[in-house]
Design a protein around this ligand. Structure first.
Ligand SMILES: [Fe+2]
Ligand SMILES: [Fe+2]
Length: 262
């Protein structure tokens, strides 16, 4: 049995968007998506690869242009995308987040905690895995309460450190994933030490507590349970995420158009 994740129904305007998407697909047949250096790091040595990079070597004679906006291989985003649009069109299925938030909701926690659980791994699922707590917090910072992003940032470190007073133990899964002898790096240890003394420590700790129960492949979860909480706690910019001129708008635009040449 697979995990079920349900979305609100498709609206008329979204159907119109789908038609527009087909048109863009036809128009963009001859364009070339770019692959960012970050995507290749680890797959090839950037300091020694001096060969041509096909995605950036424009074939001047063929008339093929580089992509500078929508990638026809991806669903087209609305012009003024909302958080839910990103979840619908750009971010991997969010079962883990929905399960975590559902646990928090059932546990009677505050909307801030539920929202923090709902968004805590947004970077893993949609953007960048390494240092995901930091990236996730940063991209959300202008739109949610400071306590929410503080907690999301801190969960990155707290995940590695038990707190027996609230029955949080080092995750078994980490032993399987990282081995018996894995030691968090000094910056993670330092972040943990600082978080321990912080007034919002328990908000971040609650993310880790609800996190460990959130890997049930049979759980049925619903976005509908969280739409109102998002509405009350996420300041959706009128211009759309990515186009509001916030200090992190570029992060959302990159998620919208990940293969733009520049
Ligand atoms: Fe996480
Ligand atoms: Fe998680």
């Amino acid at each position: 049995m697979t995990t079920t994740e349900t979305y609100p129904p498709i609206t008329m305007s979204e159907r119109a968007d789908a038609a527009e998407e087909e048109l863009i697909l036809a128009l963009a047949k001859s364009s070339r998506p770019a692959v960012s250096p970050l995507y290749r790091l680890g797959e090839m040595d950037p300091t020694h690869n001096r060969g041509p990079i096909p995605e950036t070597a424009v074939e001047w004679d063929s008339g093929r242009k580089m992509l500078m906006r929508d990638d026809p291989r991806l669903p087209k985003m609305p012009d003024k995308p909302t958080l839910m649009d990103y979840f619908r069109y750009r971010i991997a299925p969010a079962n883990h987040l929905l399960q975590s938030a559902t646990h928090a909701l059932k546990g009677g926690h505050s909307e801030k905690v539920v929202l923090a659980c709902l968004l805590h791994d947004i970077s893993v699922l949609g953007f960048i895995r390494a240092d995901h707590g930091y990236w996730g917090a940063q991209m959300l910072e202008p739109y949610v309460d400071e306590e929410v992003t503080w907690a999301i940032r801190a969960h990155q470190a707290l995940r590695f450190f038990p707190d027996e007073s609230v029955d949080y133990y080092y995750p078994e899964m980490y032993v399987r994933l990282f081995g018996d002898n894995y030691q968090p790096e000094p910056y993670i240890v330092q972040a943990y030490e600082e978080a321990k003394k912080h007034k919002w420590y328990m908000t971040a700790r609650l993310i880790t507590l609800n996190d460990i129960y959130s890997f049930d492949p049979d759980a049925v979860v619903h976005w509908e349970d969280f739409i109102d909480i998002i509405g009350r706690n996420f300041k959706q910019p009128e211009e759309g995420l990515g186009f509001d001129g916030s200090p992190v708008a570029h992060m959302w635009r990159t998620l919208n158009w990940p293969t733009r040449a520049l």
